[in-house]
Design a protein around this ligand. Structure first.
Ligand SMILES: [Cu+2]
Length: 299
């Protein structure tokens, strides 16, 4: 028998197995879509729509959410192109009766190799630029905030020190959680609150999922960020850093209220004796740096 000339792709008839495989794949896609789109609760449909991110309830969170959504769009476009090329190649060049055992092997294709080296680099650059933009927007601390709260994360709860409030005379109002009491952080809607983060013991991480924002609370370091809540409501906050055996107890409630209700909350703290002349409440050495010269504390 003479050597067989391999058929070129365009000359090949699409075989029956290929058509069957395509129909099966189509059926699977339809079935999965039906299950996903009809079998879910309102909540899970919302999670799909938000790509598993909660609705942002803060101005800073809007930036994070935009980055998150467009990162998914970019990843899905890349995914569909890649999956499309893979399935197209599988269907177009699968082995037919009479084909040689091995198809023509292509070893080098310089334009293709240059393309798939450059394309990921371009993608990483685009992601990087948008990430830095978002980070700058979220960590913007230009100007004075409307309020400042010193948040002390101690093993294993939080203390919120409301300081420099013009509405009250007291130097320091506080609300403290314990391992068996979940504290509530109260914030005014539409006003910017700066959280100054302090830890007297180990690294914690202060965040509220609804605000799409969190940051490490590191002993000996003055981390801070600002949040401007955009809607009145109740949220949950937590420690995001495994900080010890009762880490899971470091949860807290967040109540976003009108500025008037915020003022009366502070008045209530004062009336109930939650005042202190100490710089910070929360653990015996909550200000962390007691005994340390200032220059050993990094901003
Ligand atoms: Cu913690």
């Amino acid at each position: 028998m003479g050597e067989q000339t391999p058929l070129r792709g365009s000359q090949r008839p699409a075989g029956r197995p290929a058509r069957t495989a395509l129909r099966l794949a189509g059926l699977a896609v339809v079935l999965v879509s039906v299950v996903v789109l009809t079998g879910c609760s309102e909540q899970s449909r919302h999670e799909w729509k938000n790509l598993a991110m909660p609705d942002p309830a803060s101005e800073q969170g809007e930036h994070i959410f935009t980055l998150w959504r467009w990162a998914w769009v970019a990843a899905l476009i890349t995914g569909f192109i890649t999956w499309g090329l893979m399935f197209w190649a599988m269907w177009r060049y699968h082995r037919k009766d009479g084909d040689p055992e091995f198809p023509v092997q292509t070893r080098y294709n310089l334009p293709l190799e240059i393309f798939y080296t450059i394309a990921p680099v371009v993608m990483v650059i685009v992601f990087f630029v948008h990430t830095v933009d978002t980070q700058n927007a979220v960590l913007d601390d230009e100007g004075e905030p409307d309020h400042t709260i010193y948040v002390v994360g101690q093993q294993w709860q939080w203390t919120f020190n409301y300081v420099d409030e013009p509405a009250v005379d007291s130097p320091n109002l506080w609300e403290a959680g314990t391992a068996s009491y979940i504290p509530t952080l109260v914030l005014p809607v539409g006003e910017t609150t700066e959280f100054q983060l302090r830890s007297p013991d180990v690294i914690h991480d202060f965040g509220v999922p609804g605000f799409l924002m969190k940051m490490d609370v590191i002993p000996g370091r003055h981390n801070h960020y600002r949040i401007t809540p955009t809607e009145i409501g109740d949220f949950r906050g937590k420690c995001y850093e495994l900080c010890g055996v009762y880490h899971s107890r470091m949860i807290f409630n967040v109540r976003v209220v009108s500025p008037e209700d915020f003022d009366s909350y502070l008045q209530g703290l004062e009336d109930s004796g939650h005042t202190s002349d100490e710089p910070l409440v929360g653990g015996s050495n909550a200000s962390t740096q007691q005994g340390l010269p200032d220059e050993e504390v990094s901003e």
